[in-house]
Design a protein around this ligand. Structure first.
Ligand SMILES: NC(=O)C1=CN([C@@H]2O[C@H](COP(=O)(O)OP(=O)(O)OC[C@H]3O[C@@H](n4cnc5c(N)ncnc54)[C@H](OP(=O)(O)O)[C@@H]3O)[C@@H](O)[C@H]2O)C=CC1
Ligand SMILES: O=CCS(=O)(=O)O
Length: 253
């Protein structure tokens, strides 16, 4: 039975992916900080497949290394790592941001992802051919926009780290993909606005954003491609999202 480790399984893409992989009979290793949500998911999905939950903050490298170093044999080798835990904060312009918010994004989206990858690599190497690392990047890692500052830069890191991993893993059989979604309706905007439900609802109102299940389907597709195929980067937007023209600063008339 193949096994998947999903970071950030308590919400959004991670939770939907847990459900999608369970439906296909994969063993699940699910992580997140909110233990109650993890336990609820475990109760639900363990009726279908073996589920192991780890209450973990991906920023804590010692805890990550210890937890992944002690995985039960029945969940090994690891077939797929989904580096999904992440967040955006501070939608305001760079010059107005609280420095702590920049640090939190760097610590989670970059350091956290690196912590988990480092600890999971030996477990994926045992699987070798057919194993995958699926990293949640973002359109923000490729395309600049106001308020994107460190969030977009952290996702640019995810893209380049994914490509560089591919170089080092050549010959091991492990695939690496940067999956880069555009606007998707999850708790993402609630987190970004520090709990402003109205702002979150307003962003998704009157349009058709991606849903968590759309991304979960892509994650499952990537993880089950024939073993000789690597999709390096997969960027997905809702049809009703596109780019804007360049912004020009003009003298007042
Ligand atoms: N929604 C969108 O529009 C897009 C999102 N993304 C990316 O997709 C990923 C998932 O986002 P999405 O599902 O939308 O957002 P959600 O806020 O719904 O889910 C984020 C998940 O990350 C977990 N998480 C956050 N910080 C930590 C941490 N320090 N340690 C462990 N887990 C953590 C949360 O769990 P908990 O709080 O329990 O720890 C939660 O399960 C993120 O990397 C995001 O940047 C990319 C493109 C578009
Ligand atoms: O990564 C999230 C999508 S967006 O908010 O940057 O468009």
């Amino acid at each position: 039975m193949p096994s998947v480790l999903i970071t950030g399984a308590t919400s959004g893409f991670g939770k939907a992916a847990a459900m999608r992989f369970a439906q296909a009979g994969w063993s699940l290793i699910l992580t997140g900080r909110r233990e109650e949500r993890l336990k609820a998911l475990e109760e639900e999905l363990s009726k279908q497949v073996p589920v192991l939950t780890l209450t973990l903050d991906v920023r804590d490298s010692d805890a990550v290394t210890k937890a992944l170093g002690e995985l039960p044999e029945s969940f090994l080798p690891l077939t797929c790592l989904i580096n999904n835990a992440g967040l955006a904060l501070a939608p305001e312009p760079a010059q107005k941001v609280d420095l702590k918010d920049w640090h939190t994004m760097i610590d989670t989206n970059i350091t956290g992802l690196v912590n988990v990858t480092h600890a999971a690599l030996p477990l994926l190497l045992t699987q070798g051919e057919g194993a995958s690392i699926l990293n949640l990047g973002s359109v923000a890692g490729q395309w600049p926009y106001p308020g994107g500052h460190v969030y977009g830069a952290s996702k640019a890191f995810v893209q380049q780290f994914s490509y560089n991993l591919r170089c080092d893993l050549l010959g091991t059989g492990i695939r690496v993909t940067d999956l880069a979604p555009g606007m998707a309706e999850t708790e993402f905007t609630l987190v970004r606005t520090k709990g402003n439900q109205e702002a979150s609802d307003a962003l998704y109102r009157g349009t058709t954003p991606l849903q968590a299940e759309d991304i979960a389907e892509q994650l499952y597709y990537l993880a089950t491609l024939p073993a000789h195929i690597n999709i390096n980067r997969l960027e997905i937007m809702p049809v009703r999202q596109a780019w804007s023209p360049f912004n020009i600063n003009r003298d007042a008339e």
